[in-house]
Design a protein around this ligand. Structure first.
Ligand code: 5AD
Ligand code: SF4
Length: 454
């Protein structure tokens, strides 16, 4: 048995990185590493990085400067600290990190982090190691499962990666290069993972994938299963009360998945389906493979299947060649759909992607001004959605104690935080709540009478 050491994992970027960070912690545990929330106490620091926009990448390099200072301070105190860089920046720029950042000991890509314990041991003997392979083995077959205590510490809502990579090649995006080709995990493995989580008290599962609705893993019958089939099977797992999935591509929102929203009560009526732009000219240049009309048609089908459905999206402003008119098409789409929420980004040119070489790049100040207007439109729609929730009664999954004594906080079907005065015993449970009030980013409610009396 190894002596006990401490690991601090810092996650940047998307939810898949959060999931990967948990799996890294699970896999390091049998090698003697326990997690610490205090970076200063760590013997091993893992930065799980994001490459999607330039800003995300810059954050990593400034963090590496901080690592050097930490490492030197530890060395003066006679302590050795190992620094590992994982995730998409490691994948894309492994060699450059090794050159530019002497504080880094281990560089490990998104598909080979099951080797982390071995790589850390090797670097302690031989210095810097770089492993950014796309290995033939499936990392999921080698990762350690989480211990029940670790699951409980992470709360009642958990992520499970079911699909990785992307074959769509939108012209702005690095994902097909960093996360590789689309691949789906077999259903049996996913079901086993979900059962383990549910047994330890998890009540909500969010299935993750860069193109999650393109899922086509091997089913229990040996045939390829679409996401809808997987969801139907997971809905039967005892303890699983809520299912979600993210991120979806409009083109893969097929009939069976739309029907699942009609047929599966535990599938939440809130989906994140990025559209990126409301202008067909931009969608074409982005290689999105759908038009504005296709997208609106898909939204209509989902609303027909489940009338209380709500939507969120990602938007990019200032894509090369975007005119004021194109941008206004995006603004009008936001009002047409009436999103409950959305993420918006200024286009960031990424080396190696086709859009980075397009000649008609948009001025930075134009991007900033458009982002501002876009965010105002999104906020307006979200506020309107929230205010329409007042007087509605819906299920809330309670997650933790609130800020004030006697208050607990949970999530609505639409992921809004909901604050309720109720007993702590409700934490980890789903209960019906009537919404009484909204503030800028929270809802307030009371337990519905049948629940409060029961
Ligand atoms: N610039 C700006 N935003 C981007 N995204 C992906 N690539 C870029 C880029 N080069 C956004 C898209 C995607 C989200 C995860 O990040 O909106 O849906
Ligand atoms: Fe990137 Fe487009 Fe694939 Fe999404 S669908 S990960 S935006 S290439």
């Amino acid at each position: 048995m190894n002596a006990e050491r401490k690991v601090h994992i810092k996650s940047f970027g998307c939810q898949m990185n959060v999931y990967d960070s948990h799996r890294m912690a699970d896999t390091l545990a049998p090698a003697g590493f326990i997690e610490t929330a205090r970076i200063e106490d760590a013997d091993l620091i893992v930065l799980n990085t994001c490459h999607i926009r330039e800003k995300a990448q810059e954050k990593v390099f400034s963090e590496l400067g901080r690592m050097r200072v930490l490492k030197e301070a530890a060395a003066r105190a006679g302590r050795r600290v190992t620094v590992a860089v994982a995730g998409c920046v490691a994948q894309a720029q492994g060699e450059e990190i090794a050159r530019r950042a002497p504080a880094v000991d281990v560089i490990v890509g998104a598909q080979s982090y099951h080797r982390l314990p071995a790589l850390v041991a090797r670097s302690e003997r031989n210095g810097v190691v770089v492993d950014t392979d796309f290995p033939v083995e499936d990392k999921f077959d080698y990762l350690e499962p989480p211990a029940p205590d670790a699951i409980r510490a992470r709360g009642v809502s958990a992520f499970v990666t079911v699909q990785e990579g992307c074959d769509k090649f939108c012209t702005f995006c690095v994902v097909p290069y960093t996360r590789g080709a689309e691949a789906s995990r077999p259903a049996a493995k996913i079901i086993a993972e979900v059962e383990r989580l549910a047994q330890a008290g998890v009540r909500e599962i969010t299935l993750l994938g860069q193109n999650v609705n393109a899922y086509h893993g091997r089913g229990l019958d040996g045939r390829s299963w679409p996401l809808a089939r997987l969801l139907a099977r997971l809905a039967e797992v005892p303890g699983v009360e809520r299912l979600r999935y993210t991120t979806s591509h409009p083109r893969d929102m097929e009939g069976s998945l739309i029907a699942a929203h009609r047929d599966l009560p535990s599938l939440m009526p809130y989906v994140h389906v990025p559209v990126q732009s409301g202008s067909d000219r931009m969608l074409e240049r982005m290689n999105r493979r759908h038009t504005r009309a296709d997208y609106l048609e898909m939204i209509g089908y989902l609303r027909a299947a489940r009338p209380d459905m709500a939507f969120s999206s990602d938007f990019i402003v200032g894509f090369p060649g975007e005119s004021e008119e194109d941008f206004e098409r995006t603004l009008s789409l936001i009002d047409e759909v009436g999103y409950a929420g959305a993420f918006s980004f200024k286009y960031s040119a990424r080396q190696g992607t086709p859009a980075a070489d397009m000649p008609d790049q948009v001025d930075e100040h134009v991007k900033s001004e458009r982002l501002h207007r876009l965010q105002a439109a999104i906020d307006r729609n979200a506020a309107s959605f929230n205010s329409r929730c007042v007087s509605r009664t819906f299920d809330v999954l309670f997650e933790k104690e609130g800020r004030y004594p006697g208050q607990i906080v949970g999530r609505s079907p639409y992921l809004q935080p909901v604050q309720v005065m109720a007993a702590k015993a409700f934490i980890g449970r789903v209960a019906a709540v009537t919404i009484t009030e909204v503030s800028s980013n929270s809802l307030f409610g009371v337990l519905a009478p049948s629940v409060a009396e029961g």
